[in-house]
Design a protein around this ligand. Structure first.
Ligand code: STR
Length: 417
C-alpha cells in the first residue's frame, strides 16, 4: 500500500500488525484485536509503524523506564525523514516544547507549577465556580430543547463545561471558547486535510503567543500568569515553554473531560440497574467516574515515546529509535488485571480504582484531580435536575468521531424527561 502521508513508500503492514482505523468504525473489535496481538503489539498508524503496549503491568513498567523519551528527535523514522509534517498525527507528537514533550530534570522544571495549581486542595477554591458553570449550562440545556424535546448533551453541556473551566484557570476569555472548540474539533478529526490542520495549529500558536505576551505585560491571577513569573531564585520558563504548557492544558483539559462526562452518562443510561443504585445512594458517583475511566477511556492511544536503547519486553525487543504508543483503552480492558469480565461495565468491581487511565510515572496526568472534580459536579447535577434523562436514539446509533487517539462521539442526543 502506498502511504500518502510519509515521504517514503511503505510496504504492507506485516502479518500480526493491527491497523488502527482512522474512521473508528469498530472500537471494541479493534481493542480486542490489540489485546489478542500480545503484551506488545505492532500497529500501523496511517502507514507509520509503531509498537503499542496493551497490558497494565507492562505499561506501568514502561512508563517508568527512562530509556523511553518523548523527544521526537529520538525517533528513527523522523530522523530519516520517513515521517514528516505531512503525516496527520504529527501534531500529537511535535507539539512544541512543554511539559508534554520533555523529560527528566527539565520536565520537572516545566511541570511543577501546573501540578501544584491542580492539587485536590487547591481545586476546592474553584469548586463554586464549576458549580455555577454547571447550573448555567443545565439551564441552557433546558432552553435548547427542540420541538421534539431532543437536545444534544455534547454540544450544549459536556463540551462547553470543560472549556469554561480550563479557560478560567488559564485566563482564556469566554469570547474565544467557540473558536477554540472549532479549532480542536478540526485538529483531532482525521477528515481534516493535513494542510488545514497545520494552518490551524499555526493560527493557534499565534493566538497563544499573543495571550502570553498580554499576560506578561498585565499579569492576572490565572495559571498562565503564574507560569510566566519566575519562582524566587528559579529559572523562569521561556515564552515558548509557557505557550507550550498553555496549549497542552487547553487541548487536554478540553478534549478529555468531554469524553469522561459523556461516556459516564452513556454507561449509566445503558446500565439502568447501576444508575438506580447510584441514585438510591447505594454506590457513589466516584465509583461511576472511576469505572468509566477504566472501561471507556477518554484517551484511546497516547502518542508517543521513543526508545533511546534497545528495550526487551517479554519476547519482544523495542529497538533503539522505535516509537511506543500506550493503548489506554486496551489496558483498561486487561483481563489479567481486571478479571475475565473486564469488558463489562460494573461500578461495584473491586479493581475499579486500580485503572491507569491517567498514566503513570513522571508524566501522569496533572489534571486528573480537576477532571474528577468536574465530572463529580456535572454528573450528579445533571441527573438531579433531569431524573428522567434518556437517550433520544438507540445506543447503537451513537457514532464515534473519526479521531484516532481520543474516544469522542459525534453527538449525544437526549430527552430530558
Ligand atoms: C494537542 C495539540 C497541542 O497543541 C498540544 C498538545 C499537548 C497535550 C496533548 C494534546 C496535544 C493532545 C491530547 C492529549 C494532550 C495531553 C493529554 C491529552 C494527549 C498533543 C490526552 O488525550 C491524554
Amino acid at each position: 500500500m502506498n502511504c500518502p502521508h510519509t515521504a517514503a513508500t511503505q510496504t504492507d503492514p506485516g502479518a500480526g500488525t493491527v491497523v488502527i482505523d482512522p474512521m473508528v468504525q469498530d472500537l471494541d473489535g479493534e481493542t480486542a484485536r490489540l489485546r489478542d496481538a500480545g503484551v506488545l503489539a505492532r500497529i500501523d498508524l496511517l502507514g507509520v509503524p509503531a509498537w503499542t503496549v496493551t497490558r497494565h503491568a507492562e505499561a506501568r513498567q514502561l512508563l517508568l523506564d527512562q530509556r523511553l523519551v518523548k523527544d521526537i528527535d529520538a525517533w528513527g523514522l523522523w530522523q530519516s525523514g520517513v515521517v514528516t509534517r505531512a503525516w496527520p498525527l504529527i501534531g500529537m507528537i511535535d507539539a512544541g516544547r512543554s511539559m508534554f514533550t520533555v523529560d527528566g530534570a527539565e520536565h520537572r522544571r516545566l511541570r511543577t507549577k501546573t501540578s501544584q495549581a491542580l492539587t485536590p486542595r487547591r481545586l476546592e477554591a474553584i469548586r463554586p465556580e464549576i458549580e455555577k458553570f454547571t447550573d448555567e449550562l443545565l439551564d441552557a440545556l433546558d432552553a435548547a430543547r427542540g420541538e421534539d424535546g431532543v437536545v444534544d448533551l455534547k454540544s450544549v453541556f459536556a463540551q462547553p463545561l470543560p472549556m469554561k473551566v480550563v479557560g478560567m484557570l488559564m485566563g482564556v476569555d469566554e469570547s474565544q471558547h467557540a473558536m477554540l472548540t472549532r479549532q480542536y474539533k478540526a485538529f483531532f478529526s482525521m477528515l481534516t486535510p493535513q494542510e488545514e490542520r497545520l494552518a490551524l495549529l499555526a493560527e493557534l500558536d499565534v493566538f497563544y503567543t499573543d495571550l502570553v505576551r498580554e499576560k506578561t505585560a498585565r499579569p492576572t491571577d490565572d495559571l498562565t500568569s503564574a507560569l510566566i513569573l519566575a519562582e524566587e531564585g528559579g529559572e523562569p520558563l521561556t515564552e515558548e515553554e509557557v505557550v507550550g504548557n498553555l496549549k497542552a492544558m487547553v487541548a487536554a483539559g478540553h478534549e478529555t473531560t468531554i469524553g469522561l462526562v459523556l461516556n459516564a452518562v452513556r454507561a449509566l443510561l445503558s446500565h439502568p440497574d447501576q444508575l438506580r443504585m447510584v441514585l438510591a445512594g447505594e454506590a457513589g458517583w466516584d465509583a461511576v467516574i472511576e469505572e468509566t475511566l477504566r472501561w471507556d477511556t477518554p484517551t484511546t492511544h497516547l502518542l508517543m515515546r521513543f526508545a533511546t536503547e534497545d528495550i526487551t519486553v517479554g519476547d519482544d525487543v523495542i529497538r533503539k529509535g522505535e516509537g511506543v504508543v500506550v493503548s489506554y483503552r486496551a489496558i483498561g480492558r486487561d483481563v489479567g488485571h481486571h478479571g475475565p469480565d473486564a469488558d463489562a461495565f460494573d461500578i461495584t468491581r473491586p479493581t475499579r480504582n486500580r485503572h491507569m487511565t491517567f498514566g503513570h510515572g513522571p508524566h501522569i496526568c496533572p489534571g486528573a484531580a480537576l477532571s474528577r472534580v468536574e465530572a463529580g459536579i456535572a454528573l450528579p447535577a445533571l441527573f438531579t435536575r433531569f431524573p428522567g434523562l434518556r437517550l433520544a436514539v438507540p445506543d447503537e446509533e451513537i457514532t464515534k468521531l473519526p479521531v484516532m487517539t481520543q474516544n469522542d462521539m459525534t453527538a449525544f442526543p437526549v430527552l430530558l424527561g
